[in-house]
Design a protein around this ligand. Sequence first.
Ligand code: HEC
Ligand code: HEC
Length: 333
Amino acid sequence: MTEQDNKHKIEVDKLSGVETTGHEWDGLKELNHPLPRWWLWILYVSIIWSIGYWIVYPSWPIPGGATKGTSGETQFTALKRSQNEIFLRQQVYLNKFEGASFEAIMNDPELYAFAMAGGRAMFKDNCATCHGTGASGGKGYPNLNDDDWLWGGSLEEIHATLLHGIRSGDEDAHVSQMPAFGKEKLLTSIEVNTLTDYVLAMSSRDQEKPAMDTLAGHKLFQTNCASCHASNGQGDREFGAPNLTDGIWLYGGERGDVYETIYNSRAGVMPAWKDRLDENTLRQLAVYVHQLGGGEETREKPILIAVPQENDEKDTTPVDGEEERKPQGTDNE
Ligand code: HEC
Ligand code: HEC
């Protein structure tokens, strides 16, 4: 030991009463504050722990991946395990769900809950892009929360709409095409204007609204539009023709929107889902959409009676009269 070391050993800083380390810069001396013992212990333990961890779990990057670890456990195996668990849990319900009728699903709280959970998730993934996350729709995309249905709101009808789509090209799709009255020169733009006013009057909730048959467009409407929208304008689900009297608009209710619809026609397309989603998923979706608010009871003759229609000279017995009711420009086999 040198003399300096000896000297340092006893050197105590006068102000703080703490030993110095013997390091000195320009008269500044370093006080000797050793790390607290508990802190050091935690450091040593974590070093030992990390060595154990390196051995047991995958950790060090090596070409082509990482060291495997002795346990064989990775986040991939953990994911797979939890997916398997979910699958097994679903399988219990799927076995019951498979082939169950809508009636059975609606009457079994477990199956119903299963359908709703699955339907909600699948709706977000597949349908929300067009119909919105809350299914409230947008211009050209119908709101599925209300009880205003284009093609029908019973479980079976919704299911059929999902399977085959609307103007989707599927051979069983809902089809019907409102002619582009202006563009195809079926009507003059003056007539389209008159009809626009007529349709707007029809949808008006105004108490003092004049009787429809006194209005200028009445005759035009009866000749050109009633075959699909019914003579009172309340629509017909057989042709997916919306009710024009309820103030609910698929393509907007501003004057310009309505004119545009009549002049150019719209013909919204909804894809067919039968080749993209399996039958269980489609039934889950049907249940989900059905309960969104506007679900209807199954009717004996689902497609025919769209809305109760007063003063409608239409034949109410479904089978007869079918032929004459087929509007021009409609291609529904
Ligand atoms: C590419 C856009 C698009 C996607 C995706 C889409 N739809 Fe549609 N859907 C439409 C359009 C457009 C209509 C209305 C067509 C018309 O004018 O008749 C429609 C109509 C419907 C109808 C009929 C409503 C009625 O009043 O009769 C239902 C039910 C429906 N969609 C449910 C769904 C479900 C469930 C999904 C998801 C599996 C879905 N849609 C995905 C565009 C879409
Ligand atoms: C061949 C059947 C058919 C005929 C005829 C027809 N429409 Fe339509 N109309 C439809 C269908 C189907 C829709 C909605 C679906 C679509 O086009 O996407 C529709 C939609 C509309 C809409 C939009 C409603 C909304 O909620 O935005 C208006 C307005 C309308 N029709 C007015 C008329 C008028 C006026 C006539 C007569 C000049 C007429 N339609 C003739 C089938 C028809």
